[in-house]
Each structure stands twice: as C-alpha cells, then as structure tokens.
Design a protein around this ligand. Structure first.
Ligand code: FAD
Length: 428
C-alpha cells in the first residue's frame, strides 16, 4: 500500500468530496434552450442533474423517477443490524427541485434515439438534446431455479434498498437463537463488491448481541472478495470465523436453486444447505430500461469513457451501475463521480467548450462491527487515448491489517461522516 495519501483521501472521502476532480463554477451561457432528460433519480441520476444545473443553470434538466423517496443502499446494512432505522436511509427530491431540476414521478418506458424523445408509462413524452440514463441494476433470475421477483418479496435480496430491507430485518428479528442465516453473494460483476461482506458483518453484529448461538453460512460463487483479509480479520476478532464458528464461508460454489417451501438452497456442486433466513442476492445485469432502449451489449451498457455516451446510440449517456466503466467499480461513489464527469462532458458538447479529462477517486467504507471500520481507496484516470479508465498503480489501498484500535474506530466515524456528506452532495 502506498501511504502517501491514503489518510488524506480518507479525510476527503469522509467529507464526501474527491469523487471526480472538477471545480463546477456556475457559468451562464445565456438562455440556450438546451434540454437534458435524466432517466432514474438514484445516485448517478441525481448527481448529474444537480451538477448540470450548477454548471449551467440555463439548461432545462428533467429527472424522471418512479419513486417519491429514494432509499440509499449505502448504510442499508446497518438497518439489518438495527443500528439504523429505515428512515435513516431515506431521502426525498426537494433538494434537486431547489436546484431548479424538474422532477417527474413516472417510469420511462421507451427512448427514441432518432427522434430524441423519452416516453413514460404514464403517457408523457419529453424531447431532449442529451439523455442520461442511470437506472441501476436488475437481476438474472434465470440463474437460480425457483427464484423470481415475486419469491424475492419473501426471500429478500434487499439489494435495492427499501421494503425488502425491512422484510429481511423482520426475518432476522423473528429467527430463533441458534438459527442459521444463509447469505448467498452474487457472482462478479455486481453492485457494491464489498456490500455482501459488510452485510454479513452487520448481521453477525446483531446475532452476537441478540442470538449468539446462531450462525451465518456464506455460500459464495467467488473464491476471493473485496477487502477480504481485512474483513476476515475483523470477523475473527469480533464474531468467530471458520468451521463451527459464527461465520462460515463456503467459497467457489454459488446457489443455483431455491426450494422456498423447505428453506433450502442447492449449489452448483449439488450441495444442499437449509437456512432459517435466506438472503439470496442474485447475479446482476443492467436495469430493464437499458435493454428496452437497446443500450446493452451482453449484460451491461458500453460507453465512450470520456463522455459516458453510449457506443450504440449517440446522444444518450449511461452512468452508474448499468454502464461498463471499468476499472471503476459499481458503487455509489463511482456513480456520483461518473455523474459529475458526464455533466461536464454534456456542458462541453452542448456549449462547445473544451472537453475536460476527468480523474476519479473511489472510497468504500464497511462497518464491520462496533468501533471497527475498514475501507478501500483507489485512484483512477482516463487513458490518454480515452479508451479506458485505469486504476493508478501505487495509490490508495485497504485498511492495513496492523491498524490500531483508534484507527479502526476512526474509520467508523469517517464512514458515517461520508454517508451524511455524500447524501448531501448527491441529493441536496
Ligand atoms: P440507483 O442508485 O439504483 O438508481 C437507479 C434509479 O433509477 C432508481 O431510483 C430507480 O427507481 C430508477 N429507475 C429504474 N428504472 C427506471 C425507469 N424505467 N424509469 C425511470 N427511473 C427508473 N456504494 C458506495 O459507494 N458506498 C457504499 O457504502 C455502498 N454500500 C452499498 C450497500 C449495499 C447493501 C448495496 C446493495 C449497495 C451499496 N452501494 C454502495 C452501491 C450503490 O448503492 C450503487 O452503486 C448506486 O446506487 C448506483 O447508482 P445508480 O444511479 O446506478 O443506481
């Protein structure tokens, strides 16, 4: 790990700053009459809308989003442990409206890239000069026999925060002391690589203090995961980790079938596991609207890396989890950074100003337990020829395994500070 700036980055991360490196002065280009329509008012969509308005108030920016309230996935794992109320992850859209963004509560059904028109399920249509699509993820239900969106209301993935987060919390509360929680993380690539492992930590935190005879069995497609050594060290010291301990990890053998009636999952290798609570997080792909609008190639949306413009349909930009912006991970922090970079690119394209070259930071905190936080920081830059976003070698890193108790406690404070400032940066 390069120690040069990790501490400084963490401080910046804790402030919710340092996503994409831009200044965003408010510049008036006069009444240009340009229209931007944003599909999805989640992390990426809200960011791009706010920063477009901040950079050029003359642009008419409309966000189309079906929900009145957004539930942040970030910190939703704390709802599962009872450390945070569901209201603590809710945010409304008054902040965006206050920036002059037109909020439309509806769902987009089609995007016409030739006529440059977005149509909604509610029968409205919106003309655009530039369209930004940030619809997040959907699930590959077909990879688990016996699972579909209806069943998932009872066997919740809780990978889109909201009602399923509450359902999963209630199931944990109702479980007997001595019960088994099965957590089945998805295969790569998926939204929030450290997310399942923070979830395991938060569930363990709840069980330790309320149902200490219980177990968490992690049935995982993967043989390695994000911040693994730091998580495993935390699990050992806080909860017990390994065979016969509170947390047990079964790698390289993902779930392929669910028997809901018998609360049993079957793995690729034919192993059956019975659980009292099952948190099956399915494999993922871009949200349905990205497929309906012909923006995908395979599971995700290919984009031109400098502007996030679709390589399939000019005039449409895709940001957030749905796009292929490797090496940036599918995280809220990345969606926010991409939103800012995309806003700058759109300003340049609409107003003929020079196209900036973005640099990025991604920081991801995980609260492992009481006074025990860990994080990963990485820096990225656009390749000279604009063909890829690359991780900058030798920068950032993961919480060191010899971090002091003071530092681990400080990471929890940074995590909560980051959350508050990040939500403000995106939505307010
Ligand atoms: P979203 O934020 O999901 O927004 C998509 C929006 O599009 C939604 O509001 C949806 O309603 C809307 N939409 C969908 N279809 C349509 C349509 N047809 N018409 C109109 N609107 C539509 N990231 C971090 O950086 N740090 C963390 O600590 C962190 N923790 C996480 C913990 C968990 C448990 C999970 C699951 C994720 C976590 N993430 C974290 C990841 C983060 O939540 C996502 O990467 C981020 O929300 C992606 O933003 P997005 O804009 O692509 O999608």
């Amino acid at each position: 790990m390069n120690k040069i700036n990790r501490r400084d980055f963490l401080k910046l991360g804790g402030l919710g700053l340092g996503a994409a490196a831009f200044g965003f002065p408010a510049v008036s280009f006069g009444a240009t009459g340009h229209k931007v329509v944003v599909v999805g008012g989640g992390t990426g969509g809200a960011t791009v809308a706010k920063y477009l308005k901040r950079a050029d108030p003359s642009i008419d920016v409309t966000v189309i989003e079906p929900n009145k309230i957004y539930h942040t996935c970030y910190m939703s794992n704390e709802v599962l442990s009872g450390e945070r109320d569901i209201k603590g992850i809710q945010v409304g859209y008054d902040g965006l409206a206050g920036h002059g963004v037109n909020m439309v509560q509806d769902s987009v059904s089609t995007i016409d890239p030739v006529g440059k028109i977005v149509r909604t399920a509610g029968g409205k249509q919106f003309a655009y000069d530039r369209c930004v699509v940030s619809p997040g993820i959907d699930f590959k239900w077909e990879t688990v026999a016996g699972l579909n969106s209806k069943v998932a209301e009872r066997i919740p993935h809780a990978w889109k925060a909201g009602s399923q987060t509450t359902t999963l919390r209630k199931q944990l509360e109702a479980m007997k002391n001595g019960g088994t929680v099965i957590v089945a993380p998805p295969n790569n690539p998926f939204r929030c690589p450290p997310g399942p492992y923070e979830r395991i930590s938060q569930i363990a935190h709840y069980l330790k203090h309320n149902k200490p005879k219980s177990k968490i069995l992690v049935v995982d497609y993967k043989s390695a995961f994000s911040k693994q050594a730091a998580f495993e060290q935390g699990w050992k010291s806080l909860y017990g980790y390994g065979q016969g301990k509170m947390i047990e990890w079964a790698p390289s053998d993902g779930v392929v079938a669910l028997d809901e009636a018998n609360k049993t999952v079957t793995t690729q290798l034919g192993v059956k596991h019975k659980g009292d609570v099952i948190n099956l997080i399915p494999n993922q792909k871009a949200n349905k609207i990205a497929f309906d609008a012909d923006l995908t190639d395979g599971d995700w949306c290919p984009v031109e890396r400098r502007t996030f413009e679709s390589t399939r349909h000019p005039g449409i930009h895709i940001i957030g989890d749905a796009c292929t912006a490797t090496a940036l991970p599918k995280s809220g922090y990345s969606a926010n950074a991409e939103g800012k970079a995309c806003a700058e690119a759109i300003i340049s394209l609409l107003n003929g100003t020079p196209m900036p070259t973005p640099a990025y930071t991604n920081t991801c905190y995980s609260v492992v337990g009481k006074d025990y936080g860990i994080s990963v920081v990485a820096m990225y830059k656009l390749k000279e020829d604009g063909s890829a976003i690359e991780k900058i070698a030798g920068q950032g890193g993961v919480t060191p395994l010899d971090a002091s108790a003071v530092d681990l406690k400080r990471e929890v404070a940074y995590a909560h500070s980051w959350y508050n400032n990040f939500v403000k940066d995106v939505f307010r």
